[in-house]
Ligand binder design. Structure first.
Ligand code: BGC
Length: 267
């Protein structure tokens, strides 16, 4: 059977760790050639590359800060030089700089918006230019291109102490929907994944001790933390032709975190 992403090139930003690494490996396993973008940890990116290659996949690492226009343009140039085109963009790079709102510095605000929101704009713009130039290649996919924005349950759940992060993800939601509306007629699909709590370095403090893990589980009806593989599977599906009629949605992968678990025995 043909693998779901056979012959397609997938650029995954922030793919040296966490959810991005999980998505890169899942897409490679389905036949995609993967660009592992990273910004600061070449060793970690190499590790993901080695894992993909050991499993028989094809990939390469490219360093770029997604909030830097020049570096994003250079990353695409290098991708085109190596692999000719790009079929799938996973706009994943993101970070948290948490603080009480009244103590939040402008730098903490700007940094999070720059990576989580402006970075998604810059990477998506270049991907869409390429999708429009190339159009549909029926042997590869019914779509001219696919973008998956990594959002969060916090595109809808407010988050005290994380106003910059929640605002960035709320912004990602409308960026994603506006792009989806604008380019659906050109057969470009744009969707988001909204992860809940996934075991990655970004939320280490929330699962590292039994106490914090038990606290966290109160927010998750399925009573387990998510793993990067949970997101990898969702990303493969969204990028594949199995999801050809899916456009402009956020697919929440959160173990039920959005089900108001506080009401389970209350209200
Ligand atoms: C955040 C994590 C958090 C999760 C659920 C994610 O978007 O990055 O730190 O654990 O949302 O609250």
């Amino acid at each position: 059977m043909k693998r779901k992403l056979e012959g397609q090139v997938a650029l995954v930003t922030g793919a040296s760790s966490g959810i991005g690494a999980g998505v890169a490996k899942a897409m490679a396993a389905e036949g995609a050639t993967v660009v592992i973008n990273y910004s600061s940890s070449p060793e970690k990116a190499e590790k993901v590359l080695n894992e993909i290659q050991r499993a028989g996949g094809t990939a390469l690492t490219i360093k770029a800060d997604v909030s830097n226009e020049k570096e994003v343009l250079a990353m695409y140039e290098e991708t085109f030089k190596q692999f000719g085109t790009v079929d799938i963009l996973v706009n994943n790079a993101g970070l948290q700089k948490d603080n009480k709102f009244h103590e939040m510095s402008l730098d903490e605000w700007n940094r999070v918006i720059a990576i989580n929101l402006t970075g998604q704009f810059l990477c998506a713009r270049e991907a869409i230019k390429e999708f429009l130039r190339r159009g549909v290649v029926p042997s590869k996919s019914k779509a001219a291109g696919k973008i998956i924005c990594m959002s969060s349950v916090h595109e809808v759940i407010p988050w005290a102490g994380h106003a910059n992060y929640a605002a960035s993800k709320g912004g990602v939601m409308m960026l994603m929907k506006s792009m989806a509306q604008e380019y659906a007629p050109m057969k470009i699909r744009v969707n988001s994944i909204g992860p809940g709590a996934i075991r990655t370095p970004i939320n280490h403090a929330a699962w590292q001790t039994p106490e914090s893990y038990n606290q966290l589980l109160k927010l998750i009806p399925q009573k387990r933390i998510g793993e990067a593989e949970d997101i990898g599977g969702a990303a493969v599906w969204l990028a594949s032709d199995d999801a050809d009629y899916v456009n402009g949605i956020t697919l929440f992968v959160d173990g039920g975190m959005l089900l108001y678990p506080g009401f389970e025995d209350n209200g």
